[in-house]
Each structure stands twice: as C-alpha cells, then as structure tokens.
Write a protein that binds this ligand. Structure first.
Ligand code: NAP
Length: 262
C-alpha cells in the first residue's frame, strides 16, 4: 500500500514538542518531508533528526509565530528548502493553566485578568495561527496545487475554562478563523480544518498532571476515563492531511475521549 503523504511537504509549528513533534514523526512515517518550526531550535532539531531517521527531508527552524516578519521568513525558508508547502499544521500554542500552584498571577477569573496575560495568550494562540495560515495560504494559492491547513484548536473552544478564560477565547477564535478560511480558500482547492483535542499527555499539561486532586476530577469527566496521547492528535492530523480526508473542510475534529459531546 502506498504511503499516505508520499512526497508531500509539511510545515509544522510547535514541532519541537508534544503534539507537533508526534505529528512530524507520524507524517514522516507516511512519506512526508517536514519543516519543523518552534521557539526552541535545539528541540526542533531533535524532531528533525527523528524525521531524517525515517528517510525524509527535515529542516529545523526557530520562530516566534506571533511575530509577523518571523512568520513570513519561516514560510519563505520552507519554500526555498523543501520546494513548497502542501500541508500546514499550526500547533504552536501556550496556556497559563497551572493548577495546584497557589497564587499564580496568570491564573484567575476574567474579572481580575491583567490585560498583559490576556494579550500574551491571544497573540500566540490566535494572532500566531492567523499569521501562519495567511502566509501559507498565499504560497498555496500561488502554487495552484491546493493544500491542507490544519489548525490545532482545543475542546476549550466549546467548553469554558475558568481561570484561563483567555485560552478558551483564543481557541474559539482559531475555530472561527478556520471556518472563514475554509470558505475563502475552497475555490483554490485548499481545505482548512481544526482539531480540538481534549486532555493530552504533553509538556503543556505536565504541571496539571502533578495536581493530583484536579487531575482526578479531569479524568472523571472523560467518558473513556483516560487522557489522550500526542499520537491520537497526530493521527487525526494525518487523516485530515491525507487523501481520505479530502472532503472535510471547516470541520473541527475532537480526539478527546468523548469530553466535548457532553
Ligand atoms: P507543548 O508540548 O508545550 O508544545 C507546544 C510547542 O510550541 C512548545 O515547544 C512551545 O514552546 C512552542 N511555542 C509556544 N509558543 C510559540 C511561539 N510563539 N512560536 C513558536 N513556538 C511556540 O504543547 P502541546 O500540548 O503539544 O500543544 C500543542 C497545541 O495543542 C497547542 O496549540 C495547544 O494549545 C493545543 N492543545 C493541547 C492540549 C493538551 O492537552 N496538551 C489540548 C488541547 C489543545 P514553549 O514550551 O516555550 O511554550
């Protein structure tokens, strides 16, 4: 059987860690070359080495996805070194969630939220995804071969997250951004979909996992009674990037053990 992403070029932001890294490796297993972009160059290099070990091309690149010029330079380099972008996975994101740490100033109700904490999350999680999608869409339109844009949103786009309301707002924004792009880019054969993971075992949730009581409550709310692994999200991204996912656009898929349906 042929590989699902044979010869495709994928740009993955947040590729140095968690969901982005698992997606880079899963895509490489299915034949893709991967441009691994992240704030952390050394860790991005580690992901790139895993991709190369599977026989694919990989480039590691340092970027702050909330900085407009850096995003443009990232996409230019991807085109220069890999020859184009067929698939984008925008996974770079941050959260102020630090359950179990008393008095963390970044956590608290919106009524007390400092503007700087609000803006920080919105600038990475929403502006950063918009900028990345915009630059990649321009390249895909110019190339005229269609493409797949996959934005990592969250179940928090639908479920409010008290204490880190700005995270929910940013992820709901990503979902709507994805839907607008799906309509605007359809004439070019470019699909845009979002993934809304539930609670996934990555460095982002390491601190939450240490807060035992809170962790127990979280798992209790998951119908499948366990947290997800990065590969669960990577396989969802693979489906959306592959031929099998060609008729999806403007959707949000939830690898979440059943949390969001409730
Ligand atoms: P992760 O392990 O922390 O990976 C995210 C990577 O993106 C990190 O290397 C992070 O660096 C990097 N990054 C953050 N801001 C960046 C920026 N401005 N420019 C470039 N890179 C940046 O987290 P993850 O759990 O894999 O999360 C990936 C995506 O899934 C995020 O968008 C997250 O919101 C979403 N998500 C995660 C879960 C979950 O339960 N894990 C659930 C739903 C949605 P730093 O470590 O320095 O921040």
């Amino acid at each position: 059987m042929s590989l699902r992403l044979e010869g495709k070029n994928a740009l993955i932001t947040g590729g140095a860690s968690g969901i982005g890294r698992a997606t880079a490796v899963r895509f490489a297993e299915e034949g893709a070359n991967v441009f691994v972009a992240d704030r952390h160059l050394a860790a991005a290099e580690e992901t790139a080495a895993k991709v190369r070990a599977l026989g694919r091309k990989a480039v590691a690149h340092q970027v702050d996805t909330s900085a407009e010029k850096e995003v443009a330079a990232m996409v230019d380099r991807c085109v220069a070194e890999l020859g184009g972008v067929d698939v984008l996975v925008a996974a770079a994101g941050i959260s102020h969630a630090r359950y179990g740490e008393e008095g963390n100033p970044a956590m608290g109700p919106l009524a007390e939220k400092p503007l700087a904490d609000w803006k920080k999350v919105l600038s990475v999680n929403l502006d950063g995804v918009f900028l990345t999608d915009r630059e990649v869409a321009r390249v895909m339109i110019k190339a005229g071969k269609g493409g797949r844009i996959i934005n990592i949103s969250s179940g928090a786009a639908k479920l409010p997250t008290p204490g880190v309301g700005e995270y929910s707002v940013s992820k709901a924004g990503v979902w709507m951004l994805t839907k607008v792009l799906a309509v605007e880019l359809a004439p070019y054969g470019i699909t845009a979909n979002a993934i809304g993971p539930g609670f996934i075992n990555t460095p982002m949730t390491a601190n939450i996992q240490q807060a035992e009581g809170f962790m127990k409550q979280l798992i209790e709310r998951v119908p499948l009674k366990k947290m997800g692994e990065p590969i669960d999200v990577a396989n969802t991204a693979l489906f959306l990037a592959s031929e099998e996912g060609r008729y999806y656009t403007g959707s949000i898929l939830h690898p979440d053990g059943g949390v969001v349906m409730q």
